[in-house]
Design a protein around this ligand. Structure first.
Ligand code: MGD
Ligand code: MGD
Ligand code: MO
Length: 699
């Protein structure tokens, strides 16, 4: 029996895998298999998206949605909530920008504290809809910074430098709440206090493309006190424009540190955290995988491991990496080759008649060839599943009870079952339980009692709630005072039951949950009194200097390739489409609105190449190629295209590189170089005469 599996299981899942399924999947892979070669659904390794924040003592979900109503300034840094967290934007941010939350501010803030309609800073290479909507609603109170791709951390450090130079910080706060020894490193490496201000700002403007005046204005809006005793209240929301950036660790750290320097965390109307735009439900047994480079890592890049010919069993759960993982064309081709090698071996002679004989034959095939056995566990037959040897039908939310938290308030709620799953589909926890029990049986037959017991994690799970409670018990003691909330994992829900969640309904309860006199109590916002470090003090970090681009992208900026690939490409989402379109592709109102993956192209570039809106273009570079519909718009700058991340009919990831941050193994989905050319014909006749699916063709 082999227990070496390589897998890519769901975690948050775009569709929102809850606590139950994460605990089920985590139990199989960590308690049972104890696997190191594992990655999270949206990236090639098992890591945090935000170690740069967590290792400072700040979990990324620390604010409350109401803080967006109370903030003096909201900063959207690589986050586009109008499209990707629409309710958060329209119900909480927009009213603030329009001045509609003034009375709420007056009620909630300090006595005598000045309050006015909110300001908005958008840091995005694009004029995103979150910016343009606000430009109309809050005329004169918006600021747009458009950094060159990959340079955001330099920009965040520069804003922090202005905060320092202008004395917008509180020394008492820094002393009480932060580690002053490490602050020296931050001052030297990130703020570069050794370089004269004017010289520093000139360097920063050259690197980032953002003017000194705009950087200084941003610093005023972020941290200039409103009056004596009234520090400004700024809420900084970041998401995939920062997380999927070059140098993930330093990017995230720089933004968090900029906020903490201005004391913009742990108070009403402040915070620095992920935007999300989906539900999360992380509860898992301890994993055998390492942390960032500062904690035994970085973790293995599983995509590279598998495409490099390693591993024998690849188990994909609740993700469709044939669209969503970086350097995709290469990845698909290698996996297709390896799964086909095994299929060909199995097909060379007649199918064995029994499961035992089939398993022997598969093991033989894996020995004799460079084959890969692919398991896909999903609701649908995805692009990835087309190469699978075994498909495990999973059931969805609504087909069982599920719990999860939202990202903007850590609001834990119960989503109750309203229909049965189709056919023999089961919840992921149940599939994992059954696999575990079978493994236990096989080990026991070989007399391996200890191994058998490891796989019996689910033997007492009968209902969704059994799994929820089992996961909940893994959290540490939470009968602690509010002042110690920072010591709890963000998701801690120990003591919460389905009955309690039914009682609180849509109001939910905010994690981390503490127990007070036997009753669960939520946490409105985090880090008011201490940070999540051993000594409770914020742990500063000195970011790297600007070192230019990594080899995978730098090659496009030199010599012949610089001429051949004249465009920067970034990627992201559209409001209309949900993730890989696993549901949307069945909805005509979606597929007719966005029939193909698309790019946004500046009018000057469009004119030069002879493209207009609705045309089709091929976008390519040395990594791969794809067919995209063209939208001509000044949302992008000349020389930059924005590509929809992916679509049922293709993926921008065919062009993204295999680069990952050396500190975290997080990919750079949002930056590479490409070229494009017009494809003859417009959409209707092209669809009749040409396959526009070349990205997904494997034969
Ligand atoms: N409608 C809809 N909503 C969703 C989803 C969906 O598929 N559809 N997906 C959900 C999921 S799983 C997630 S993770 C979130 C993601 O939510 P977001 O992070 O808001 O979504 P993106 O569009 O990927 O990226 C945000 C912005 O980053 C900008 N950006 C690109 N490169 C850079 C850069 O170098 N620097 C900066 N500062 N910005 C950059 C893009 O122009 C884009 O406007 O959305 C969630 N919500
Ligand atoms: N270029 C580029 N690429 C990106 C990004 C980007 O910004 N730019 N963003 C990245 C991000 S943030 C994300 S989240 C990923 C998303 O990438 P994926 O995770 O691959 O996309 P999803 O559509 O969320 O995949 C969910 C899959 O799980 C299935 N599913 C839904 N519910 C369940 C369930 O309960 N159980 C099981 N077993 N299956 C279920 C769905 O049918 C679907 O096939 O893409 C990443 N890739
Ligand atoms: Mo995501």
């Amino acid at each position: 029996m082999t227990t070496t599996s390589r897998s890519k299981p769901l975690t948050t899942g775009g569709s929102g895998a809850g606590f139950e399924n994460n605990w089920g999947v985590g139990s199989l892979f960590f308690k049972g298999f104890s696997v190191k070669h594992i990655s999270i659904h949206n990236r090639p390794a098992y890591n945090s998206e935000v170690w740069g924040s967590r290792e400072r003592g700040v979990h990324e979900l620390n604010y409350d949605a109401s803080d967006a109503r109370l903030a003096d300034t909201i900063v959207l840094w690589g986050a586009n909530p109008y499209e990707t967290a629409s309710v958060f934007y329209t119900e909480h941010m927009l009213p603030n920008l329009q001045g509609a939350t003034l009375s709420e501010k007056q009620r909630s803030l300090l006595r005598g504290e000045p309050a006015e309609a909110g300001y908005l800073i958008v840091v995005d290479p694009r004029r995103s809809s979150s910016l343009t909507v606000a430009e109309n609603a809050a005329s004169g109170r918006t600021l747009h910074l458009q950094p060159n791709l990959g340079t955001d951390y330099i920009l965040a450090n520069a804003i922090a430098r202005v905060i320092w130079e202008r004395g917008y910080y509180d020394s008492g706060y820094l002393q009480r709440r932060t580690d002053l020894t490490k602050l020296e490193e931050y001052k030297a490496k990130s703020l570069k206090l050794g370089t004269p201000y004017a010289e520093f700002m000139a360097q920063v403007s050259t690197i980032t493309g953002v003017s000194r005046a705009d950087i200084e204005r941003a610093a005023d809006w972020i941290a200039k006190p409103k009056g004596p005793g009234f520090p400004r209240r700024t809420l900084t929301i970041y998401e995939k424009g920062i997380i999927w950036n070059m140098k993930n660790y330093d990017q995230v750290a720089a933004i968090v540190q900029m906020n903490v320097l201005g004391q913009n965390i742990g108070r009403a109307g402040t915070g620095v955290g992920r935007q999300g735009g989906h539900q999360e439900g992380y509860v898992r047994p301890p994993s055998p995988t390492p942390g960032s480079i500062f904690n035994g890592g970085p973790p293995v890049n599983v995509d590279k491991f598998i495409t490099g010919g390693n591993g024998k069993l690849y188990w994909v759960i609740g993700t469709n990496p044939y669209l969503s993982t970086p350097n995709n064309q290469f990845y698909r081709k290698r996996i297709h080759e390896r799964t086909t090698a095994l299929s060909n071996y199995l097909g060379a002679s007649g199918e064995p008649g029994t499961t035992g004989a089939l398993v022997s034959k598969i093991l033989e095939g894996l020995e004799q060839t460079n084959g890969l056995f692919l398991v896909v566990q999903d609701l649908y037959l995805t692009h990835t599943a087309q190469d699978a040897h075994l498909v495990l039908p999973a059931s969805a939310w609504g087909e069982a009870n599920q719990t999860s938290i939202n990202c903007n308030s850590r609001l834990l709620r119960l989503y109750e079952k309203f229909m049965d799953p189709p056919g023999e589909a089961k919840q992921d926890w149940e599939i994992c339980k059954l696999v575990g029990l079978k493994m236990a049986e096989l080990y026991r037959a070989e007399g391996k009692e200890e191994e058998a017991r490891r796989f019996e994690f689910g033997k007492n799970w009968r209902t969704d709630e059994d799994v929820f409670l089992d996961g909940g018990n893994s959290f540490p003691n939470n009968a602690i005072p509010a002042s110690e909330e920072a010591t709890l994992p963000a998701e801690c829900y120990k003591g919460v039951t389905y009955a309690f969640l039914r009682q609180v309904g849509q109001q939910g309860i905010r994690t981390p949950v503490r127990m007070e006199n036997g009753k669960p109590v939520g946490t409105l916002r985090r880090y008011s009194q201490r940070f999540g470090t051993q000594d409770g003090k914020f742990s500063w970090y000195g970011t790297d200097d600007w070192e230019g681009y990594p080899a995978e992208v730098a090659k496009y900026l030199e010599g012949d390739l610089a001429q051949q690939y004249p465009f920067w490409m970034t990627t992201g989402r559209a409001q209309t489409l949900w993730q890989t379109m696993y549901n949307d592709r069945f909805l005509p109102e979606k597929t007719s609105q966005v029939p193909l993956p698309y790019i946004e192209l500046h009018p000057q570039d469009a004119q030069r190449i002879g493209l207009k809106s609705g045309d089709l273009a091929e976008v390519w570079n040395e990594e791969g190629n794809g067919t995209f519909m063209v939208y001509v718009t000044d949302a992008v700058k000349p020389g930059l295209i924005f590509a929809l991340q992916y679509h049922d009919k293709g993926t921008s990831n065919s062009m993204t590189s295999g680069y990952t941050d050396a500190k975290t193994t997080i990919p750079w989905y949002k930056g590479t170089r490409v070229n494009l050319r017009r494809l003859a014909g417009a959409l209707p006749d092209l669809m009749m005469s040409t396959s526009v699916l070349q990205q997904n063709k494997f034969d």
